[in-house]
Write a protein that binds this ligand. Structure first.
Ligand code: R5P
Length: 289
């Protein structure tokens, strides 16, 4: 087995190679004068190749680069396992309004068509949304590792899920931190704004609240949840996201909402938070596959 890293692998290929006891190499990506990309995949002679590429921004370029690399490997008759630590477009898993493309379906179809036999990804937004992928799937849950990296950092923690979708993650994180958890319900309006639609108890008074979510993008979800937690008497509020997408202005929004610390993983490069390396979880998933 050989591990290859594309340009947005964030160094995970080197960790995986170490974990799996094999070698790592880089896919070489350059640009033509008109902006199109050119991908060169080193030929190592291996017929079992793991190729790592996060599909964070710039999403389209990173997806295309992965597809091009997979196609080269398919041409060499290799079995291709794509490790996509952050899977872009996973949130557009249905037509929320008539005429909207179900983007994740298209991305998964393209990946399989390009020659990806097995897809490994970390905490996808909705597992069901991956069912359209026609190859084998490896799903990595890294909330326990993320929670483990926070353990001991908060005096009197309470885990808080900012919507029902993050409840399982919050439950697992709370088990790791040895504390209780609660959640709220949220609604996202067509203009992207977030509002709270329901609450489910929990004693916030004097607690060091840690909000757990799969993705922090604009920060809008965390801001609403933090306002609620402080309103209920929290001593401090911090945020933990598996995928720190961090759209423009997100960190400033979090700071203005009183978020003290931001924790995340290396599925997306981010230099504004405390980061834990999830490569061991990915390696374990590949071994299981
Ligand atoms: C949505 O349901 C996800 O779990 C996240 O809550 C959401 O993607 C976060 O996005 P933002 O930071 O823009 O509110």
């Amino acid at each position: 087995m050989m591990v290859l890293g594309c340009s947005a692998s964030n160094g995970i290929e080197a960790d995986l190679a170490r974990e799996l006891g094999t070698e790592a190499a880089k896919v070489e990506t350059t640009r033509f004068p008109d902006g199109e990309i050119k991908v060169m995949v080193p030929d190592t002679g291996d017929n079992d190749v793991v190729v790592v590429q996060s599909t964070c921004a710039p999403q389209e370029k990173n997806i295309i680069e992965l597809l091009f690399a997979a196609d080269v490997l398919r041409g060499r008759k290799a079995r291709v396992t794509a490790v996509v630590p952050y899977l872009a477009y996973a949130r557009q898993n249905k037509s929320f309004r008539p005429g909207e493309a179900v983007s994740v379906d298209v991305v998964l179809e393209m990946m399989h068509a390009a020659g990806i036999d097995r897809l490994v990804t970390v905490n996808p937004h909705k597992v069901d949304a991956l069912s359209r992928f026609k190859g084998a799937l490896g799903l990595v849950d890294s909330e326990k590792r993320l929670a483990g990296s926070i353990k001991g950092r908060l005096r009197n923690p309470l885990v808080f899920a900012p919507d029902h979708g993050s409840l399982d993650m919050a439950r697992n994180a709370a088990a790791t931190l040895g504390c209780s958890y609660t959640y709220i319900d949220k609604r996202r309006d067509a203009d992207g704004s977030v509002s709270i639609t329901g609450t489910h108890g929990g004693d916030f008074k004097g607690k060091d609240v840690i909000i757990f979510d799969d993705i922090i993008s604009t920060g809008g979800t965390i801001v609403q949840a933090a306002g609620f937690a402080y309103g209920e008497g929290a001593a401090s509020v911090s945020a933990a996201g598996i995928h720190l997408v961090m759209a423009d202005g997100a960190m400033e929004r979090l700071r203005s909402a009183g978020i003290e610390k931001v924790f995340g993983t290396n599925t997306i490069p981010c230099d504004k938070a405390e980061i834990v390396n999830v490569s061991p979880d990915i390696a374990e998933c590949i071994r299981r596959l």
